[in-house]
Design a protein around this ligand. Structure first.
Ligand SMILES: [Zn+2]
Ligand SMILES: [Zn+2]
Ligand SMILES: [Zn+2]
Ligand SMILES: [Zn+2]
Ligand SMILES: [Zn+2]
Ligand SMILES: [Zn+2]
Ligand SMILES: [Zn+2]
Length: 1758
């Protein structure tokens, strides 16, 4: 159909032109033309509209055939002449020659597709934007380094070969420059012949200009001069453009209305518009198109601006299409030659006559935002292939880009396309090259430009000129979102620090810094808050925008500091500038007001009149914080000490410096104290982010540093008094009775005060103690990271990703974690679940600081608890003294004086005094703990000084002597030391006792040190030590006593608990019995060498036939889990049932291509050996009364009905389909199996008829049944009926052996199996009902046999109890289910089944033996025979004889089946010269078969050795399954040899099944009887046909199915997925490529394009696939997400951890971290086992029960 249509469309004229046209001639004509451009244009004017203007699909075509035709015509008629002209010869050979001569630059330049994996080396990449393609990566040195793997968002290219991008190993093997490679300086154009260069210039400029003109063309009806078509028709397109405002659904709906198309077409239009940016939706005359346009505009203009639609003349569209093709063509041609590439670059960047910004590339860039997506993509691609690949022109282009930067960004702000399709996104390619960035900074002042552009785009300011984000409109918010990309550009520019500075660079950087300070000034003090009193705030103020800005700028601020740190002059200048910016900000601090004067402990200070709780306060202080950062740098680089004269240190006013950060910290304290509750969540969120790892480096941390800087420059007493005053706590410590007043005050106020005091003490601890910033303390950055990790791991062992999250990342996304982690922690690998954990090595515990500044309150208490526990475990005391801090840098050295200043001593004294008399609420233990910590710090300091000093003179610290002085006013108490001593034995301070002891010991220690240094007496020291020793001993003894008592207590509790447990077990016997049995089973399986018990060692254990041992006269007692009543299982008793889950299964399928059977007409009687669809039954093993279960299920139904009325949606189980959760274990179930009693041991006195006799009798019986049935149907009595065997009564109706309740349950389970197995509505009359039950019995046994085999477990005794119970009840049930069906049904089934073994002319359509699964046949025959046997009233036969004969027959048939399908090719192998008996017999049988088949289709075999092996291996699964079947059917105990694995299995198996161990004797001994049967099997036409056509699909043994093999390296999968295209939408990339783990198909999931209709509902590709591949159940790997997906049916699914782990033993669901992932085989096997055990549905059920949000997901759309 498509063909004829396009034939018609192709104008015949064009056809003939095709034939007559010669590209070569055209090219030579052009070559001599006076005006080449005119000639080429004339050609294009004629042909372009004719080729690319072909009706409805023109523009962008959707029929692939048409597309091909267009493509061909373009190539032959339009591009070929250009190629001839350029090359001067046949294009193919010309291009090949060019390529051969080309000496390519070493750049790889591979442009990334969406979803393609990219690699970045974390050790060698200049910055994280430097990436390699997979091919380059695998050939590079970085493969062995620490790397990060990500998936590309599309665009960008491989940086292999760019020396600047890599610190090491810039070239992969492929791109390593060789000696013959040209020097990069050499001009590649010089390599080309001169005339080609000339032609190249002219053609490239004509074509590029044409393309640029057409793409930037804005008229819909006119064309540029020279391109007007010769014959202009009234043909138009109605062109629909993309926008980001309207949704897919809106567009689809509108299109259906406007252009009258189907839903499918509309979807396709919408998809193309989304992808390409535009699409013609109608073709016709102007009027016709206008009409569609107006409908679309009208329909979409209601809420928003209308969709953009234009009616364009067809020739304009055609030329635009060709322009795109021409650009692609240019991109291809230049790939052949670096010379041509450079020519194109020159042409593109050549300035036009209009001067500035007039080159063709400029024109494209400047019109970027006006073009549609498809056009942009193509020219961006060309820019990447040309300008960005040529290092010389890349620079020139970069300059143009930088010159136009502001304008491009402004265009982008107005543009509503994503950034990836904007030309501005090229910045990453240009700015990240360090030399380029520096050049642009120097020459184009890029840094300043970016910052100014940014600031100019954020216009909303308050009166003070600060940013204001409150009351932002949607439009402004959108713009704010866009403008953030500029910060990204700034980051690129700054990402690598300069190693050398030029004066120019200094100048421009400082200019940039000035601009940046202007930006920070706009942020300083933004979003101020005022405490709300009385009423709660009405509206939560906006806060996120300001924090977004802060977060985005965090790295920039850090980078600017890093730049400053590399040059002293820059640093000094930057410090000056920052200081002056800060003074500008401070000018708004109230200075007119009278300062207040404070005095305490004999000191006096003046300060502002300001209260955080009443005045405005802001969290945003970036200028202060930048200054703090620079201040640290002054210290770190020692600039402060070396050039103090150059620094404006004199201008610093310490009280001013600390003012704003202090206010901010006080705000946090007050919020903690609950004073700001009425200000809502907005403030809480701000405080949270202030401390959060993403912001704290440039917020909280810097505020602490600023306080440290200020404090180190002030009198410590003054500093503390100001702190007290800002905390609004001054009055508490300044007057003795004030405290009393507060005790009587309002309880809330007291509590607030207490919290504030705690917070203030904590702040002082931090100011003195936090020295792990290089420049504050004498540490390296390394120490800082290590300290963070130590403190994280002090909370608990953590996974790698948790640690990464807790550490701040730098601009390179590095935390420094890997450098230190191994030195402080040991790694513990994960098991099959969970993740790897790092545990702190014990030697680092002494570095633990309880008041670590990055702990939240929760972290702190968790860490405290963990540390105390650890100490107790180690038998140590529980004191957590401060760790020894590193020494301070000189600039901060005076900080320590805070610890011994009078004001702090007064505060300490006051708190201790309160602790001594702890009446009232005005005191907390936390306060005391903090004071003890401060005291400890002071003692440590003094100790350090003493230890490091040579004499007394350089010791400035004398804390011990100060604390012995009695307190001064206002606290009139004793000295601090005296207070501590009195607290030591205070009973209410038990917890702190160890700490106080530690302090007192410390004091004693210091005293001895001081004495020693003055008197140099060694005696005192040893005495002191001795005393210490005894104290320690005493402590130890005490602790031991306590530990002993604790142990006794524990034992007593244990005893009590075990008593309780026993009681519990009695109550829940069933449960525990099971788990005990499971335990036993596993131990018996494990203990291979233990002697088998007497009962089991009985050798003659037989499970089938007249000799079988019943072994099951034992009573079965079970307990109902619902009513706890015990019940015996009896045929006439109350029915007991087992909860069960029946599902379709394809786990064993050897043929996934087979279509699902038609439920109405499917005949399931013969299972095909490919087992393509089976029914599996599983159970959790929980037993209930049938009546109890019914009541329970009704309740579930009722609950579900009520729930559905309340809220729509699904539960994890589908009640309407009979699903419920087991009331005990919540296992998903959908039916119940009734328990039936054991069969009785046969009467051994009855004769066992021979096979011959039995066959004769049976065929007589069959004949009688045949005629009886015919009578029933035809109603005609035939003259002489067949001879009736004695005692056989056709009309006999056997008595139902079961009670009505059991019968009812038999029907229930039958119907469930029938319903699930066939997917039909229940129908008790259907003849197929019993077959399906036999089928699930056989299939379940088969699948369990496979599992046991593959897991190398013994056949018996290793199954978990629940499976054992399930198989046992299922098998016994199957043997009884015929009682619920009409007798004749079962008779008919038996007759048909038997005819497969004993061909019967009266039965039609019997399949050949190659088409039958023999185990299923055996099970069906045995189970259906009972109904025939029931008619035999002679009492002279037992059913067991028949079972044995049937087993023999089926076994022989299976032997034949295996021989027929074996493909032994004769391999000469050394073997015994004389074949064994088995081998000979095998040969005989094989030759017999050859005879019957006329030898042509079976190969000749001379030795039976291989054939026999084949048979033995092939038949084993059958025998094993048969053994399981008869074991469960007849309740015969298994022989000992089968309870273990190991040798002797075969013999044991054969003997258990009453078979000769040489199976071929079965055939040999009944040779005469079997020979005719074998002959007839072979003569079945199906056999010959299949063997001749080689159609044998199943060979024996059937190999077990496994999940597909997965690659070891996850990126291989990503790469595979990235080249996968959606099968439905012509080469489009799939958004969610998903891999079926069962069959390996890649699917396009979660997308409109690949939805399919299944049972009248559109479902996604995964769900649709499950119906063909997994009978409704599927296991997938979502490749982009690295996530396993389980789907069952249409409504159920869950995600499961993927089997891929990184080196830290963690999965990466969502692929967010980018650590290399490798396959964890154990985890994958676990998933596979889950699948093979049919446990996936259950996992989904449990997952959905545990997580209700999973229920709400539309799984069917995946
Ligand atoms: Zn590459
Ligand atoms: Zn490479
Ligand atoms: Zn590397
Ligand atoms: Zn019950
Ligand atoms: Zn259960
Ligand atoms: Zn698709
Ligand atoms: Zn599949």
């Amino acid at each position: 159909m498509a063909a004829s249509q396009s034939e018609r469309d192709l104008p015949s004229a064009l056809c003939s032109e095709f034939l007559n046209f010669s590209a070569k001639d055209t090219a030579s004509l052009w070559l001599v033309a006076a005006d080449l451009q005119q000639e080429v244009y004339r050609h294009l004017a004629v042909y372009v509209p004719r080729i690319l203007c072909q009706g409805p699909s023109g523009g962008s075509s959707n029929s692939s055939r048409e597309e091909q035709r267009e493509e061909l015509a373009c190539q032959l008629l339009l591009l070929a002449p250009l190629e001839w002209l350029l090359l001067g010869e046949e294009p193919a050979s010309g291009l090949a020659l060019l390529q051969e001569k080309n000496q390519p630059s070493p750049l790889c330049g591979h442009v990334f597709k969406v979803g393609e994996p990219t690699y970045s080396c974390r050790e060698c990449a200049a910055d994280p934007t430097c990436v390699l393609c997979m091919q380059c990566f695998l050939g590079s040195v970085h493969k062995e380094h620490r790397y990060r793997m990500t998936t590309s968002g599309g665009g960008g290219f491989c940086d292999c070969g760019d020396a600047e991008a890599w610190k090491k190993g810039p070239y992969c093997q492929k791109h390593t420059p060789t000696a013959s490679n040209r020097d990069t300086e050499e001009d590649p154009v010089a390599q080309l012949p001169a005339d080609m260069v000339a032609r190249g210039y002219s053609i490239f400029s004509i074509i590029l200009k044409y393309a640029v003109d057409m793409l930037t063309w804005e008229q819909e009806d006119q064309l540029p001069a020279g391109l007007e078509p010769p014959d202009r028709g009234d043909t138009y397109y109605c062109m629909l453009f993309n926008d980001e405002v309207h949704t897919y659904e809106q567009v689809i709906y509108t299109l259906q209305k406007a252009v009258n198309c189907s839903q499918k077409e509309a979807v396709s239009f919408a998809t193309t518009v989304d992808r390409d940016g535009r699409k013609s939706v109608r073709y016709g005359d102007f009027q016709f198109c206008e009409q569609a346009k107006s409908v679309i505009v009208r329909n979409t203009s209601r809420q928003s601006k209308p969709l953009r639609v234009e009616v364009m003349h067809s020739s304009v569209v055609a030329h635009q299409c060709f322009a795109l093709k021409a650009l692609s063509w240019l991109g291809q041609v230049i790939q052949y030659s670096d010379g041509l590439r450079r020519i194109l670059c020159q042409v593109g960047l050549q300035r036009g006559p209009e001067g500035e910004n007039s080159s063709l590339v400029d024109q494209l860039m400047l019109n970027d935002s006006k073009m549609w997506k498809g056009a942009r993509n193509i020219y961006h691609q060309l820019l990447m292939n040309s300008l960005l690949m040529d290092l010389k022109y890349k620079k020139i282009f970069a300059i143009q880009f930088a010159k136009n930067y502001r304008r491009l960004q402004t265009d982008f702000m107005e543009d509503d396309h994503e950034r990836v399709v904007s030309v501005t996104s090229l910045s990453v390619q240009l700015f990240t090259v360090p030399t380029m960035a520096r050049m642009l900074m120097v020459e184009e002042n890029l840094m300043t430009t970016i910052i100014r552009t940014f600031v100019d785009h954020l216009r909303h300011r308050d009166l003070q000129g600060r940013f204001q984000f409150d009351r932002y409109t949607a439009q402004q918010a959108f713009k704010f979102g866009r403008v953030q990309s500029l910060i990204g550009d700034l980051k690129y520019v700054l990402i690598s620090r300069p190693s050398e500075w030029t004066d120019q660079l200094r100048l421009k950087f400082l200019e940039g810094l000035e601009a940046f300070l202007e930006l920070l000034k706009c942020m300083q003090g933004m979003d101020p808050v005022v405490r709300q009193v009385g009423q709660h705030i009405e509206m939560e103020p906006e806060w996120e925008a300001a924090f977004t800005l802060q977060m985005k700028l965090t790295h920039i601020i850090s980078m600017i500091q890093e730049w400053c740190s590399t040059d002293e002059r820059v640093l000094i200048e930057a410090y000056r500038k920052c200081l002056s910016a800060l003074s500008h900000c401070h000018s708004s601090l109230p200075d007119g007001e009278q300062p207040i004067s404070l005095s305490l402990a004999g000191h006096c200070v003046e300060t502002f009149r300001y209260q955080v709780s009443q005045d405005k306060v802001s969290i945003h202080l970036p200028v202060c914080r930048l200054l703090a950062g620079l201040h640290v740098l002054l210290s770190r680089t020692e600039v402060a000490s070396r050039f103090p004269e150059q620094l404006p240190l004199g201008e610093l006013s310490p009280p001013l410096l600390i003012e704003l950060p202090l206010r901010c910290l006080v705000l946090c304290a007050q919020v903690h104290a609950g004073m700001w509750r009425r200000n809502g969540f907005s403030l809480i969120n701000q405080i949270y982010y202030y401390h959060n790892v993403k912001c704290r480096v440039e917020m909280f941390d810097k505020d602490i540093i600023m306080l440290q800087a200020g404090a180190s420059m002030m009198d410590p007493n003054h500093f503390l008094m100001i702190v007290l005053s800002r905390f609004e706590l001054f009055h508490i410590f300044s007057s003795a009775d004030c405290r009393k007043r507060y005790r009587e005050a309002n309880k809330d106020v007291v509590q607030q005060q207490n919290t504030l005091i705690e917070e203030m003490l904590h702040l002082i601890i931090m100011v003195v103690c936090e020295r792990y910033v290089s420049g504050v303390g004498q540490v390296e950055p390394f120490d800082e990271v290590r300290r963070e990790i130590i403190h994280q791991l002090s909370i608990r062992p953590m996974a790698h990703s948790e640690l990464v999250k807790a550490l701040p990342e730098n601009g390179n996304k590095e935390t420094g974690l890997e450098r230190v982690i191994d030195s402080v922690a040991s790694f513990k690998k994960p098991g099959v679940t969970g993740r790897g954990l790092y545990e702190l090595r014990p030697e680092w515990n002494k570095h633990f600081n309880l008041y670590f500044h990055h702990y939240s309150r929760a972290d702190q208490s968790k860490a405290e608890e963990a540390q105390r526990k650890l100490r107790r475990q180690n038998g140590e005391d529980t004191a957590l003294p401060p760790p020894v801090p590193p020494p301070l840098c000189p600039l901060f050295a005076s900080l320590v004086n805070l610890l011994q200043c009078d004001v702090l001593l007064a505060v300490e004294g006051a708190v201790l005094q309160w602790a001594v008399e702890p009446s009232g609420g005005g005191w907390t233990e936390s306060m005391l703990q903090r004071v003890l910590h401060l005291v400890g710090m002071a003692l440590l300091e003094e100790h350090q000084q003493l230890e490091n000093s040579s004499g007394d003179d350089d010791i400035t610290f004398s804390y011990t002597s100060k604390i012995t002085r009695p307190g001064e006013a206002p606290s009139t108490s004793g000295s601090v030391l005296a207070l501590l001593e009195s607290l030591q034995n205070a009973p209410h301070l038990e917890i702190h006792k160890d700490m106080i002891t530690w302090i007192l010991k410390m004091v004693a220690n210091i005293k001895t040190m001081r004495e020693r240094s003055s008197s140099i007496s060694t005696v005192t020291i040893s005495q002191g030590q001795g005393k210490e020793e005894t104290v320690r001993d005493k402590d130890k003894a005490e602790r031991k006593r306590k530990a002993e008592m604790a142990r006794l207590r524990r034992e007593k509790i244990m005893a009590q608990m075990s008593e309780m447990q026993k009681h519990f077990i009695n109550e829940n016997k069933e449960l525990f019995q099971q788990s005990l049995e499971e335990l036993e089973a596993s131990t018996s399986a494990a203990a291979e060498n233990s002697p088998p018990s007497m009962e089991l060692s009985c050798v003659s254990q037989v499970c089938v036939g007249p000799r079988r041992v019943g072994g099951a006269e034992r009573r079965q007692l079970v307990t109902c889990i619902l009513c706890q009543e015990e019940q015996e299982v009896r045929g006439h008793g109350r029915a007991m049932v087992l909860a069960a889950f029946v599902q379709r299964s394809t786990v064993l399928s050897k043929n996934r291509r087979r279509n699902l059977p038609n439920p109405e007409h499917h005949d399931p009687l013969f299972m095909h050996p490919d087992l393509s669809l089976g029914i599996h039954t599983a159970s959790c093993g929980h037993i209930m009364h049938a009546t109890c279960w019914q009541r329970y299920f009704e309740a579930v139904q009722l609950k579900e009905q009520r729930r559905q009325q309340r809220l729509r949606g699904h539960t994890s189980y589908d009640v309407e389909n009979g699903e419920f959760l087991c009331p005990l274990c919540e296992c998903l179930s959908n039916t119940v199996i009734p328990l039936l009693p054991h069969t009785h041991t046969p009467d051994h006195s009855v004769d066992h008829p021979s096979l011959e006799v039995w066959l004769k009798t049976t065929s007589q019986q069959v004949a009688v049944l045949h005629s009886a049935h015919r009578k029933q149907i035809d109603g005609v009595a035939e003259g002489a009926g067949p001879a009736v065997p004695e005692g056989f009564r056709v009309d006999f109706i056997p008595q139902n052996p079961f009670s009505s309740s059991i019968s009812e349950m038999i029907t229930t389970f039958s119907m469930s199996t029938y319903k699930v197995g066939l997917k039909v509505n229940p129908n008790e009359q259907d003849q197929r009902v019993p077959v399906l039950i036999w089928s699930t019995c056989a299939y379940t046994i088969q699948s369990i046999e496979r599992l046991l085999m593959d897991e190398e477990k013994p056949l018996f005794g290793s199954l978990p109890c629940r499976q054992d119970d399930c198989l046992s009840s299922l098998t016994r049930f199957s043997s009884a289910c015929w009682t619920a069906a009409p007798v004749t049904t079962t008779h008919t089934h038996f007759i048909r089944l038997l005819s497969a073994l004993v061909p019967d002319s009266q039965v039609e359509n019997t399949p050949c033996i190659l088409d039958i699964d023999m185990f299923h046949l055996l099970v069906y025959c045995v189970l259906s025979y009972s109904s025939v046997h029931s008619l035999d009233q002679s009492g002279r036969s037992v059913v067991d004889s028949a079972h044995l004969h049937l087993l023999h027959l089926v076994t022989v048939a299976h032997l034949v089946q295996i021989l027929l399908t074996s493909t032994t090719e004769e391999v000469c192998m050394d073997q015994d010269s004389v074949g064994s008996e088995e081998e000979e017999l095998t040969c005989q049988l094989h030759n017999t078969l050859r005879k019957h088949l006329n030898s042509s289709v079976l190969p000749e075999v001379t030795s039976g050795w291989q054939l026999f092996r084949c048979i033995k291996v092939g038949i084993l699964p059958f025998l094993r399954a048969a053994a399981l079947f008869f074991h469960y059917l007849n309740s015969t105990a298994p022989p000992a040899d089968l309870l273990v694995t190991g040798p002797g299995q075969w013999e044991a198996l054969c003997s258990y099944l009453s078979l000769p161990s040489n199976l071929l004797q079965l055939y040999q001994s009944q040779h005469t009887l079997l020979e005719p049967l074998i002959n007839r099997w072979c003569c079945h036409p199906g056999v010959r046909q299949m063997l001749q056509e080689g159609g044998v699909s199943v060979r024996y043994p059937r190999e077990s199915n496994q999940l597909i093999e997965l690659p070891e390296d996850y990126s291989v999968l990503i790469n595979q997925a990235s080249s996968f295209t959606c099968p439905r939408s012509g080469g489009d990339k799939s958004r969610a490529p998903t891999l079926c783990l069962v069959c390996g198909s890649m699917l396009c999931s979660q997308s409109y394009c690949c939805q399919t209709e299944v049972d009248g509902e559109d479902v996604g590709a995964c769900t649709a696939h499950t119906f063909t591949c997994g009978a409704g159940l599927g296991l997938f790997l979502r490749v982009r997400e690295s996530q396993v997906l389980f789907v069952a049916g249409k409504t159920k699914g869950c995600f499961y951890p993927p089997p891929y782990l990184d080196d830290y033993g963690e999965t990466d669901q969502g692929l967010k971290r980018g650590n290399p992932l490798h396959l964890c085989v154990d985890r994958y096997r676990k998933i596979e086992r889950l699948w093979r055990q049919h446990g996936v549905a259950e996992v989904i059920g449990h997952a959905q029960e545990a997580n209700q949000t999973l229920v709400a997901i539309d799984w069917q759309h995946l």
